[in-house]
Design a protein around this ligand. Structure first.
Ligand SMILES: [Zn+2]
Length: 229
């Protein structure tokens, strides 16, 4: 597919794309001033004219900041919302989506009736990644905040969820057979986390037990067989 230059004012953000994540676009804008937009945006025609940005929201914002009048685009066919969502995920392999952003798109796909296996197959993800992402949405918002902020890896959050199976307060998306206890006082590792954590004054305390980093350290150590509950 060849890229062609498209005027900025013909491009529209995708309403189904996850919430904006535009940190660091100043740096990207500087690079664009020097070298231009090196990687084309992926776009698809809108019914009411113009083009919807499927992949390249950050590049678009940075190009705008850099004063560009047009950016290189590649048009892709995506007639339905489902097609567009799948394209967002597949394209996201180029412009990295965060785990939470991926999860939100996958949740919308599930809402459209797309099977786990089809999401995986059509977006280049493994089935276990798709399941993990959706499980992430079922963790408490404070856990999602930590994943978004980089305090906790998505894998660690989901791994912890797997280890426990009691009550918990999930929200939507997945219908897991058992609800995990997440990061709460009833988690088997909670006592150890409480004993270990010395950061309660300076970091966000999760589940009334300890900071996210200490949760993660204890969980990882436990997974390696280094602690006894
Ligand atoms: Zn701590």
């Amino acid at each position: 597919m060849n890229a062609r230059m498209v005027p900025m004012n013909a491009l529209y953000p995708n309403p189904d794309n996850p919430p904006s994540r535009l940190r660091g676009i100043e740096d990207l804008a500087e690079s664009i001033k020097l070298y231009g937009v090196l990687q084309p945006l992926i776009v698809t025609p809108r019914q009411r004219g113009g083009l919807t940005i499927i992949d390249g929201r950050r590049r678009y914002a940075a190009a705008d900041l850099a004063g560009r009048q047009a950016v290189p685009c590649v048009a892709a066919k995506a007639a339905t919302r489902t097609d567009q969502l799948l394209l967002i995920l597949a394209a996201g392999l180029g412009e990295r989506l965060t785990p939470l952003e991926e999860a939100q798109v996958m949740r919308d796909l599930r809402a459209d009736g797309v099977k786990f296996t089809d999401i995986a197959r059509r977006t280049g993800r493994s089935l276990s990644t798709v399941r993990e992402r959706l499980q992430l949405l079922d963790t408490p918002s404070e856990v999602q905040d930590m994943v978004a902020g980089g305090t906790l890896t998505a894998a660690a959050a989901v791994e912890l969820a797997r280890q426990t199976a009691t009550t918990g307060s999930g929200t939507v998306a997945t219908r897991a057979p058992a609800r995990p206890a997440w990061f709460t006082k009833s988690h088997p590792m909670a006592r150890l986390v409480r004993e270990t954590c010395t950061h309660r004054d300076t970091r966000k305390v999760v589940g009334g037990v300890g900071c996210g980093q200490c949760w993660q350290d204890v969980i990882v150590a436990d997974a390696r067989g280094e602690v006894r509950a």
